[in-house]
Write a protein that binds this ligand. Sequence first.
Ligand code: NAP
Length: 496
Amino acid sequence: MTARKSRICLSLTASTLEANLRLLDSRRSFVDMVELRADFLDSSELSSLKRFPRTAALPVILAVRRQRDGGHWGLGERERRQLLRVSLSGGYDYVDLEEDLEDPDLARKVKRAGGRVIRSLHDFSTVPDQLAERCRRLPHGPGEIPRMAVMPQSTKDLPILAEAYRQLEGEEKILIGMGEHGLFSRILAAKLGCFLTYCSASGAEAAAPGHLDPRTLVELYRFRMQDQETFLCAVIGKPIAHSRSPEFHNRGYQALGLNGVYIPVLVDQVPSFFRLAELLGMKGFSVTMPHKQSVMAHLSERDTTLEGIGACNTVVRRPRGGWFGTNTDVRGFLAPLEKQAPELLETGSRATVIGAGGGARSVVYALRSRGIRPLIVNRTAEKAKALAEFFGCDWGGIDAEGVARIGENADLIVQATSVGMEPEPEADPVPGYRFSGLEVVYDLVYQPLMTVFRRRAQDAGCRTVSGLDMLFAQGAAQFKYFTGVEYPREALDPDR
Ligand code: NAP
């Protein structure tokens, strides 16, 4: 079954109608309709509302959002309804009226003027139970489109939302999870059968928490080709907004003409995410910090190397149910070194790994598989000790003694902590270490591309390897697991 067409609706939040038109023109090729948020307008603009639909030349929703619904309307309720009434003759295609607004005459007038009522309810505190049932009860009469915007507070709330999409399959609705936790509902509106998805132009004030720019929906998340058959993959982590994986995988789908989409999901509760993945029929997902170890308890099958590595970064759904876990970080880590410094991958090379988390585990495993016993140093020395004991290596803390020992194990230095990553790009994991210029320095952090640590190494004359090369190598291996085909090299961003 093919989903009904879903629309991209740009919310217009400028203070004048003219500025809203400019905003619309800057995104016109990416949107199907607009929502004029009259509550953002200067009061001097309100008398001109009638003229807007004609000049917009796209279907328009008129919304005058009250403050309790997250809006800016500062005048009284009587004035608000009066404004809605007098503006109707302008030819608005849709008018947003609240679920608790008892004004049948206004709803009738909308219909008589040729428009449809969107009957809306906002909940900024939670995702209520029995969501589908509540959504169905919203319309006050035939032809009204129910619209519910709820606020998931954690991953725990997401299965409730996904369950509601299942129950409402084939029914006309707008059901939105707001904020970063609800992002999947905005990106997947077409796959989930929603009437529309709202978005805001970046640089303008976002009309609600979690709005994306329409260009991002179209170009990154391939909104226009999505339908119910679109397969879904994801990357999970916390934080997750920085991840380049969606760009990498979606470019690959695009280049091969695959009907798939790959999304980021902020996850703070791994078991709830597995439930969500089942409900959305996810094909597989990438795992990033801090979940590479905790996902392992939920696997029904695993790669033989996984136990040895102790960290899983790739999870694939099995055709008959259950989840298979593997790790592509190991080969992703080795591939750039094999190209750029193959002489180091020999027994006898002296190496240091800074960090003892999921990424570091894969790095140490990879080095041990080449006969190299790296020194492991970490802020929390006990974690370095545990990892070192697991792999038979030396260990230390990141103190004066640890820093001195790095110098004795410095043919290759691998930076595998999250230090220096956005949003704190100025941080340095070992500010006390002075590079001799002879080290090869590999920083797993790729956002920013040039970390402070790698810059210092480069300035001292070291050869350096970028975390982005590893990301792409491990991502290409994941791509094959998720899709069954090789990653198309032509999809790689030439500017990366
Ligand atoms: P993780 O499991 O959460 O481990 C985080 C590591 O960073 C731990 O060693 C932790 O030390 C250390 N750390 C965090 N904050 C610190 C601070 N303020 N000072 C000193 N050390 C600190 O994360 P992960 O999965 O290993 O990922 C680590 C980094 O590698 C991330 O930036 C991730 O994006 C990157 N990575 C990149 C790739 C790639 O393909 N390029 C692959 C894997 C990972 P404690 O033990 O003391 O907390």
